[in-house]
Design a protein around this ligand. Structure first.
Ligand code: SAH
Length: 340
């Protein structure tokens, strides 16, 4: 039997154990109903039943004998079958490097169906609540004055909510698999027996240089691009390997190590006049580039007060960019090589 009624504002009472009712509750909430949940007969008091216009029983009706009596003649009673598996699912979504425009259509769709969104500091897609109507939004990222939620706790929340039957979207900056610990989160979901999928995102490693007009590869200039974590200084042997590739090097998370990273590459034999740039806060109104060479970039960046989040690009491709051209053109007027 299908009854088509407008549920907006309608008091709906859902009766059933928490693990089985979470997805039912969300469904009615999304339809606009004012949902009350009773997870045990003790919670389904006469008062609670009297306020309901529709009651939804999840699981065996026999558990709710007294509630059914209290509801008779007052509310329509609907039975929902127990879901075979009360498991939800996990979707990792790459938010791109900034702003809602760089989220993919698949990411947008995943957010629209989310019951829970675990979001991050660098997943800046604007108003998450508007993109995921009715979803519980949990910010697990680091903010000034607040510690980030530890990784194992993020995974615990994600798995717990999904096991309760909810669709959990884990929204991550850039692409989930590029220095995003996406692999660990997928593993945690798989280990819990949950279905998991990954929606890729535009990674800052490619998108942010591009936002400053720097192509990470360029025909005849660079046909290799290496994305490196700048979180820890480069070991001499790794620096030599990178320098030996003769292509573009993109560092993420490297601003606090800018001096040792550039020094390591120079010691490894990369010419100090190799063009290099820092691109800060890509795709935001404050995007800024500091353009120089392997030898000059640390000093220029320090003088400009360049800070994270930023990508560092080293290689001849920097010379192809508009920011390089403007830097050269304005060198006398603005010797610190900062280009908005
Ligand atoms: N998974 C992300 C990277 C996470 S590591 C991705 O694919 O983009 C975080 C680092 O990404 C930052 O330290 C910075 O180096 C870079 N980053 C992310 N967003 C950025 C932005 N909008 N502008 C500049 N750098 C950014």
């Amino acid at each position: 039997m299908l009854i088509d009624i407008d549920l907006t504002g309608l008091p709906v009472l859902v009766l059933g154990p928490a693990g089985l009712t979470a997805s039912v509750v969300r469904r009615y909430e999304r339809a606009g109903a004012a949902v009350t949940l009773a997870t045990s007969p003790a919670e389904a008091t006469t008062d609670v039943c009297a306020r309901a216009r529709v009651a939804v029983l999840v699981g065996p009706a026999s558990t709710w004998t007294s509630a059914r009596e209290a509801l008779t003649g007052r509310a329509a009673v609907v039975s929902e079958p127990v879901p075979d598996t009360p498991r939800g699912r996990v979707v990792l979504v790459g938010a791109g490097p900034g702003g809602p425009e760089l989220l993919t259509l698949a990411g947008l769709r995943a957010l629209a169906t989310a019951d829970v969104v675990l979001t991050d500091r660098l997943a800046e897609v604007g108003d998450v609540a508007a993109l995921a109507p009715g979803a519980e939004v949990i910010d697990v990222g680091k903010r000034p004055g607040h510690h980030a939620v530890p990784q194992d706790e993020i995974e615990r929340i994600m798995v717990e909510r999904a096991l309760a039957g909810l669709t959990v979207v884990r929204l991550k900056g850039g692409d989930p698999y590029v220095f995003g610990r996406g692999g660990e989160e997928v593993a945690a979901a798989v280990e819990a027996g949950l279905p998991v999928s990954v929606v890729p995102g535009v990674t800052s490693a490619v998108g942010v240089p591009g936002a400053a007009g720097i192509p990470v590869t360029h025909r005849g200039v660079s046909h290799v691009v290496t994305v490196v974590s700048g979180h820890v200084p480069l070991e001499p042997r790794r620096a030599e390997s990178l320098a030996g590739l003769g292509g573009t090097i993109v560092f993420l998370m490297g601003m606090h190590n800018l001096v040792p990273l550039m020094t390591a590459l120079a010691r490894a034999g990369l010419p100090t006049d190799t063009p290099a740039a820092v691109v800060e806060r890509g795709f935001t109104p404050d995007q800024r580039s500091v353009v120089g060479t392997l030898g000059t970039l640390p000093d220029l960046a320090a003088r400009a007060g360049a800070a994270s989040p930023a990508v560092i690009v080293v290689g001849e491709v920097v010379r192809q960019s508009e920011v390089w051209a403007r830097r050269v053109a304005t060198l006398d007027a603005a010797p610190i090589g900062v280009v908005a």
